[in-house]
Design a protein. Sequence first.
Length: 357
Amino acid sequence: MRSIAGWPRQFMAAFFCVLLSGVALAQGKPNVVVLATGGTIAGAGADVTNSATYQAAKVPVDKLIAGIPQLTDIANVRGEQVFQVASESLKNENLLTLGHRVSDLLKRDDVDGIVITHGTDTTEETAYFLNLVIHSDKPIVVVASMRPGTAMSADGMLNLYNAVSVAGNRESRGRGVLVVMNDEINSGRDVAKTINIRPDAFKSPWGDLGMIVEGKTYWFRRLDKRHTSTSEFDIDKIKSLPLVEIAYASGNVSDTAYRAFAQEGAKAIIHAGPGNGSVSGSLVPVLQELRAKGIQIIRSSHVNGGGFVLRNAEQPDDKYDWVVAHDLNPQKARILATVALSLTNDSKELQRIFMQY
Ligand code: DAS
C-alpha cells in the first residue's frame, strides 16, 4: 500500500479527518474572551476554611481559565489581564479603559461574547456603566465570586463556567450587560450587592432576568430600560467622565461633605438620602446655593430593595431644579450622572435620562 511521507495512506486520511473535525468543532463553538480585572474570583486565602479572609486580585486570568478544563467543551476561550485590583479601588479611568477594550473586541467578527471577571464590591457600577456605553448586541457578562478559589465551596469556578456559557449563547444577545452569579442571570442595570458575605449576595429589586443551570439558560424577562445598542451614550465618543460625588445623609446631617465636594469641582452631587431621598430642612438652602452655582443636585435613596424616589413628592424638585434618581441606588446614580454629564448639563435632559436608563 503506497504511503505518503512514509505514513500509511489510511493513517494520513484518519489524521486529516481528526484535524478537520477538530477545526470544525472549534468553528462550531463560540469565541469568548475573558477580560480579568481582579477581585475575589481571583483571590487566594491561606486555608480552605478561609471563605472570607483572603487577598483579592492574586490569580492571573490564564490560571482562572486553566482551572476549568470543561470550558473548552463549551467555547473557544482566551483571556486578557486588563487590571489586577480589588474593585473598590477602580477609578473612572479604569472604567474607560475597560469600556474601550470591550468595544474594540466586540467589533471583531472572531469575538462572539465577552466575560469580565471582577470584584463584587463595584460589579453593579461597572456592569451598569458598560450597559450604558457599549454599542453592541453581543453578550457581555460580568462575573464575580463571594469566596476565593482556595476556600471550601468556592463559588467562582461555577460562576465563571456559567458566565462563559451565557456569553457564548446566542439567546443572550440584545439583553444588555448581564451579571451571572449563584446560578442567576441579572441585569447589569438592576442588580446590586445586597449582602456583604454570602454567595447569594446579588439581587435585583425587579427580579432576575433568568437562570443558568448546567450550561443551559432559562429566560423569564427582558430589561425595559434603554441599554447598549439603544443607548445615546457611546464609549467611542467619551474621552473623560466628569466628577460626581455621593453624600450619604442620615439624621443630624451637616453640609460639610456637600461643600467639600463643590470645592473639589464636582459637577453633580448625589444626595443619598433616607426614605424617599429626603433632605434635612437645614440642608435645603445649601443644596439650593450649590445648584445656583451650576452643580447638579440628584436626589437618591439609601433605602434599597425596590421602590423609587418620586419627583416633587416631599421636595419641590421642579422649583429647586433638582433631579431625582428614580429607582437607582446612589452608586448607580453616580454612574449614570457621570455618563450623562459627558453629554449634557441640562437638568431637564438629565431627568429624562434618569427615567429612561
Ligand atoms: N474587595 C472585593 C472586590 O474586589 C473582593 C470581592 O468580593 O471581589 O470587589
